[in-house]
Design a protein around this ligand. Structure first.
Ligand code: KE4
Length: 425
């Protein structure tokens, strides 16, 4: 008896869509979501005890692999002394120091409990700091589910065909302007017409939420120049790319420094931690110092921070990102070679430890191009690989993630399964 099926039937009576986050449903690929009970290293086991190689890694956080013993130990140690105080702890200083040391744009940082809280708070600070209302985002980018950001969003919003969510009042959405990603002329035109009304621009400096899209260097550079010229706050949403594409994030990789950065995922090591930070003069706008209010009962939670601190410590070990990038490179090169041997319109590419797979002739550079990719082919490929015990994200609009403990053997097994899948396709 397939326990995933019975669990999913039960969960749908209790939880909307049977899941606590839409992207986990198999809505766009069909079939039944897998209910997992155990993870260890690069592997997952479902309720039927079927084993998988995991390329979701909780959508980024599990960069060390599942159940890393040192992270679990740090969590155990911290949890012996109560789970939460609602008061400052020295551990929050320690992780703030690490984040400020590692992220070039961050002079001061505040912790929250999710990426959504981080981006929602960063937008509010930027509006408070500039006294302006308009914000700019890019079509297909996803920055969590705060009202102002659910306009032409990516990730699950795009996957399920509601890029602009119901329930967001027109009075809110009208202040969110959207532009095409990697389109410098559109950027220049908007700043020319409304630059002095723009509080901030928020961008995924490497996109992971309309599948993986890599920015043109001149596009990011132009964005920096225009924001500086017009006094708009440039926010890099590095919730996914932070400590994933490089130790210093995409801002280090592309050498473009924003005014603010949002973080999440890896900095909690699998427990709920988000963060937003940037120039001191902007962050000083925050209560209790300044007029911009922002708060959270479990912000800086000592147990979650213990997991994050240990994770940040371990990813600073020598050659960590060199090895992670090499593993990911072997995966994407192997997938591309296998498909092209069989004349299948498929390619894959990566940035650090995150990757994209596209059923299209060439890797897309824009939202319009990613929308041309063959979603049906992806759907078939997804299930062929799942049957072989390879777990990719159940959406053509998500990036994939590799951990530091994905082995050569894992990649070999994945490529063997892909060979079989491409033959079937
Ligand atoms: P959370 O609120 O889900 O922690 O973070 C929101 C967020 C903000 N910014 C970026 C660039 C993100 O990728 C995310 C969350 N990413 C999705 C995966 N595409 C989380 C998975 C989910 O929604 O369940």
């Amino acid at each position: 008896m397939n326990k995933n099926l019975s669990l999913f039937e039960q969960s749908q009576t209790l939880i909307p869509g049977g899941v606590n986050s839409p992207v986990r449903a198999f809505g766009s690929v069909g079939g039944t979501p897998i209910f997992f009970k155990k993870g260890l290293g690069s592997r997952l086991w479902d309720e039927n005890d079927k084993e998988y190689i995991d390329y979701i890694n909780s959508w980024g956080p599990m960069i060390l692999g599942h159940a890393n013993p040192e992270v679990l130990d740090a969590v155990k140690q911290a949890s012996q002394n109560s789970l939460s105080f609602g008061a400052p702890t020295s551990r929050e200083l320690a992780i703030a120091e690490e984040i400020i040391k590692l992220v070039p744009s961050i002079e001061q940082v505040r912790l929250v409990s999710s990426g959504t809280e981080a981006t929602m708070s960063a937008i509010r600070v930027a509006r408070g700091y500039t006294g302006r209302d308009k914000i700019v985002k890019f079509e297909g980018c996803y920055h969590g589910h705060a009202d102002a950001l659910l306009v032409k969003a990516g990730s699950g919003a795009l996957t399920f065909g509601q890029p602009s969510s119901a329930g967001v009042p027109e009075d809110v959405a009208k202040h969110t302007l959207t532009l095409p990603y990697n389109h410098t002329q559109a950027l220049e035109d908007l700043f020319a017409s409304s630059g002095d009304e723009i509080a901030c621009v928020i961008i995924e400096p490497v996109v992971g939420n309309m599948n993986l899209i890599i920015p043109h260097q001149e596009f990011l550079q132009s964005l920096r120049t225009f924001c500086t010229k017009h006094g708009a706050v440039l926010i890099f949403d590095e919730v996914m790319t932070g400590f994933r594409v490089d130790l210093g994030g995409a801002q280090t990789l592309f050498d473009v420094i924003p005014d603010m950065t949002t973080l999440g995922k890896v900095i909690g090591g699998g427990l709920p931690v988000g963060a937003f930070g940037g120039k001191k003069e902007i962050m000083q706008q925050l209560a209790p110092l300044g007029p911009v209010y922002q708060a959270g009962t479990l912000s800086g939670n000592p147990v979650a921070v213990a997991a994050g601190l240990k994770t940040l410590e371990l990813i600073q070990r020598p050659h960590f990102f060199t090895k992670l990038t090499a593993i990911t490179s072997n995966l994407v090169d192997g997938l591309t070679a296998s498909a092209q041997q069989k004349n299948i319109d498929f390619c894959a590419r990566h940035v650090g430890g995150m990757f994209g797979m596209y059923f299209s002739k060439k890797a897309p550079d824009s939202f319009d191009e990613i929308m041309q990719s063959d979603r049906d082919a992806f759907k078939k490929f997804f299930h062929l690989m799942l049957n072989e015990g390879i777990y990719f994200g159940p959406s053509a609009f998500e990036a994939g993630f590799v951990s530091a403990v994905h082995s050569e053997e894992d990649i070999k097994l994945t490529l063997k399964a892909a060979d079989k899948a491409f033959n079937t396709l």
